[in-house]
Design a protein around this ligand. Structure first.
Ligand SMILES: CC(C)(COP(=O)(O)OP(=O)(O)OC[C@H]1O[C@@H](n2cnc3c(N)ncnc32)[C@H](O)[C@@H]1OP(=O)(O)O)[C@@H](O)C(=O)NCCC(=O)NCCS
Length: 228
């Protein structure tokens, strides 16, 4: 049974800094030094966010969801370079920590450039060892429908972590963000993704019913409605 809590972070500087080095492939000494320098740079950067009390996090027995900030780039970069993650998704692996940080800096407003969509990105962190295992993404449209997607580092597949994290995020979308329906698109060959969506209660719908744009012939569309 999944327990659910929402926490308020107090005011103050927040830095989700040091990855558990033992959990990643051990880098050569100079790479470790390089990463340490990058962490310091990011820490000192003017984009370091002051976390106001409106920030929320969500926890389950094994996981914590944190709203994505530029400081997460150092931790997520080693997970996101594995090309096997991208077999079924139209995203390129990040080329450097700096490039990933730039992408995350642009997401920190949590709004689309025209302000019409809310862009929520959550980093999934294990509570036992504070390790980042992946991220979740939701786009909320003006009509309170949303798109949802998940990406975990390969080493963390098959542990039920994506399911547990998704339950937290979906609860937040429905209970806190007023979302009424969530859609997900997935490549028809992405069996893990379809299985996960089914387990989360999503049902497959006709592409014509998808309200958020063109559907590739190679994709399935799934929908989850809020329980009223
Ligand atoms: C899609 C993705 C997130 C699925 O990850 P996953 O680890 O397979 O998903 P889950 O967290 O639901 O894990 C389920 C598996 O863990 C097992 N498991 C172990 N402990 C579990 C637990 N406590 N609870 C639930 N499942 C558990 C289940 O048996 C299941 O294995 P099975 O599918 O072989 O039966 C992952 O494959 C991924 O990141 N892919 C790359 C990105 C991508 O394609 N994203 C989709 C974009 S929409």
């Amino acid at each position: 049974m999944l327990s659910y809590t929402t926490g308020k972070l107090g005011k103050g500087w927040v830095y989700h800094g040091v990855p558990n080095e033992e959990e990643y492939a051990r880098p050569a000494g100079n790479r470790r030094a390089h990463r340490a320098t990058l962490r310091e740079k990011l820490k000192a950067s003017s984009t370091m966010q002051k976390c106001e009390s409106t920030e929320t996090f969500h926890t389950s027995s094994r996981l914590k969801l944190e709203l994505l900030t530029v400081a997460h780039a150092v931790e997520l970069f080693p997970l996101l370079t594995d090309s096997r993650i991208y077999e079924y998704i139209a995203v390129q692996p990040p080329v450097s920590v700096e490039a990933l940080a730039e992408r995350y800096r642009n997401l920190e407003s949590r709004l689309s450039p025209d302000g019409s969509q809310r862009w929520l990105n959550w980093v999934i962190r294990r509570t036992s060892n504070h390790q980042c295992v992946g991220y979740l993404q939701a786009t909320i449209y003006p009509d309170n429908t949303a798109n949802f997607a998940f990406v975990l580092g390969l080493a963390f597949w098959g542990l039920g972590l994506a399911r547990e994290a998704s339950l937290l995020a979906l609860h937040s979308l429905f209970a806190e963000h007023g979302v009424t329906q969530v859609f997900a698109t997935t490549d028809r060959k992405n069996v893990r993704s379809s299985t996960l969506l089914n387990r989360l209660g999503f049902v497959k719908i006709q592409p014509a019913s998808y309200p958020h744009g063109r559907v590739l012939p190679s994709d399935y569309i799934f929908q989850l409605k809020r329980n009223v």
